[in-house]
Structure formats: C-alpha cells, structure tokens
Design a protein around this ligand. Structure first.
Ligand code: T3D
Length: 267
C-alpha cells in the first residue's frame, strides 16, 4: 500500500516492518499504531515468518506519540476539553505492546535514529535492540507532563535498575546509542552504515534457530520476573516438558548426535 504508515518487506523467513512517516520522525498516529499491530498479528499467523525486524524510514526511528494527532491534541481555545489519553493507551498502545511481547518469533528493533517517548519504549520492548551510532533514546514523557508508557514503567527498571530508570525518565535527557549499550539498555550500537545489514544478518541467523523455544524464553523471563525462585523453577519444568515433545528438540538433539546441521521447523 503506497500510503501505508507501516511498510513491509520479506527476505526469506525474515519480515521487515518500516515505520513510515519520515517527515514527523515516524511519530505514532492511531492509524500507524493499528497498522503496526495488524502487521505483527499477520506475521504471528504466517508460519513462514521466523523473525521480524522493525526499523524507521528516514532519519528517525520513532518520536513517540504524534502530539498533533486528533486523538490527543490539546485544544488551544478556552473551554476546549482535554482528551482521555488513557483511553488511547487502552485502545491502541496496550494491544500493540501485548502483541509484541507475545510474538511467536524473535523481534529485532533496528533503531536508525532518535527513539523518543513511546517510540523508545516500543523499541526497548523488542527482543534484541540494535542501534546506529547516531541513534538516541529519550524518555520524553516527563517534559510534557506524562509518565513513561508503552511498557516503560515495567521495563526500564528491569533493564537498567531503578536508579538509572529514574535518571532516564526524570531528566529526560537524550541517551546516545553507545551509552545505551554500555548501560545494558540495548544489545549493540553499530556504525550507522552497518545497521540495516547487521539487523538482517542477525534476523537470518535467528530464523534458522528453534524460534518456538526462543519466543518461550522471552515469555519465561517476563513471567519469572513476577515469581519467586521455586515457582520459576516449576515454570521451567513445565515449559521444558512441552518443548521436550517439540519437533525442534527432537531435531536439535538428533542433529547434535549425528554431527550434522539441524533444520528447525516449529513455530
Ligand atoms: O496516548 C498518548 O498520547 C499517550 C502516549 C504518549 C506516549 C509518548 O510518546 S509521549 C512523548 C511524545 N514525544 C515527544 O514528546 C517527542 C517530541 N519530539 C521531540 O522532542 C523532537 O522532535 C526529537 C527530540 C524527537 C527530535 O528532535 P529533532 O530536532 O531532531 O527534530 P524536530 O525538528 O523536533 O522534528 C522533526 C519533525 O518531526 C518536526 O516537524 P516539522 O516542524 O519539520 O514539520 C516535528 O514537529 C515532528 N515531530 C517530532 N516529534 C513529533 C513530531 N510531530 C508530532 N509528534 C511528535 N511526537
């Protein structure tokens, strides 16, 4: 679709989604939020897709919620009523964030430029975050009177600890990609010119692995964060029991014993 706010392209088993409003640094409109969720849902339903890459068109990754979108734009006239931002979160951000976190395949964010507000937290919710050296992450919420959303309140303290999460969110400073890597917020910072190729290479590599187990690893980590040690051990037994019956495990173990490359097919 030429006027789509989310472009899709396929290379083998890797689907790339490109946020496509470059003149507004790919800020999220309600249309884009819906299109992005629908594209992820379609990828989840397509057994041929084994890894997803998400990136941005132009010089930005995503500047967060489009503040001029009619769904939230403040009125400038006396008597104009504020919009219910929580309703937008419930109807658009929450289903998108839950869909991303439940993807049956790994999802890579290739952060090609600034990622601000919900754009930053959406990227950080992906499984592996690569960023170009000119990219940056901004918890822009505090400066406009909001709290971190799109999963940020849950994710940030878990990723970098409470002190750093508060530093990032209360000050709202631009965090360069290299510092984000040093801090453990993202997987890797790369030269800008290498980002797209590195993201595709990483995605191709993941697509050859047993993606069912990779996606369940993410889900186990997320769930274990809310469990005590013994409950987490029991969760491991349960998941491992299911995976033990999977074709991928039979294939992986057989390939190891037969000294050959494994071919994984489960989704
Ligand atoms: O439901 C809800 O609404 C709640 C959800 C909230 C989630 C959120 O994401 S809240 C945070 C929203 N985002 C921001 O506050 C960030 C606003 N943007 C910026 O601070 C800056 O644009 C950046 C630091 C990200 C980049 O700065 P710079 O100097 O590289 O670019 P720029 O010139 O500011 O922006 C380029 C264009 O993009 C510009 O348009 P123009 O003047 O060329 O026509 C700018 O207005 C537009 N743009 C950037 N961010 C947004 C935006 N337009 C609408 N909404 C934006 N968020």
């Amino acid at each position: 679709m030429p006027d789509s706010q989310v472009l899709t392209s396929r290379q083998g088993a890797v689907l790339t989604l490109t946020l496509n409003r470059p003149t507004a640094l790919n800020a999220f409109t309600t249309v884009m939020l819906v299109q992005l969720r629908e594209a992820l849902e379609a990828a989840a339903a397509d057994k041929q897709v084994r890894c997803v890459v998400i990136t941005g068109a132009g010089r930005g990754f995503c500047a967060g919620q489009d503040l001029s979108d009619p769904a939230i734009k403040p009125g400038f006239e006396p008597g104009d009523l504020p919009k219910d931002i929580g309703a937008l979160l419930d109807s658009c951000y929450l289903p998108l964030a839950l869909c991303l976190r439940a993807m049956p395949v790994p999802v890579i964010a290739a952060v090609n430029g600034v990622a601000a507000g919900a754009g930053a937290n959406f990227a950080l919710s992906c499984d592996l975050v690569l960023a170009g050296q000119s990219a940056s992450f901004i918890q822009a919420f505090g400066k406009i009177g909001l709290i971190p959303d799109c999963g940020g309140s849950w994710l940030l303290p878990r990723l970098v600890g409470r002190a750093r999460a508060l530093q990032l969110t209360l000050l709202g400073d631009k965090l360069p990609a290299a510092e984000a890597q040093t801090m453990g917020l993202i997987y890797r910072c790369l030269p800008d010119a290498e980002l797209a190729e590195a993201a595709q290479a990483l995605a191709q590599r993941l697509s050859l692995l047993p993606v069912l187990a990779l996606a369940q690893t993410r889900q186990a980590f997320d769930a274990a964060g809310l469990m005590d040690y013994e409950t987490a051990l029991k969760q491991e037994s349960l998941l491992q029991s299911r995976l033990g019956f999977s074709a991928d495990f039979q294939e992986g173990a057989a390939a190891f014993l037969q000294k050959r490359a494994a071919v994984f097919t489960d989704r």
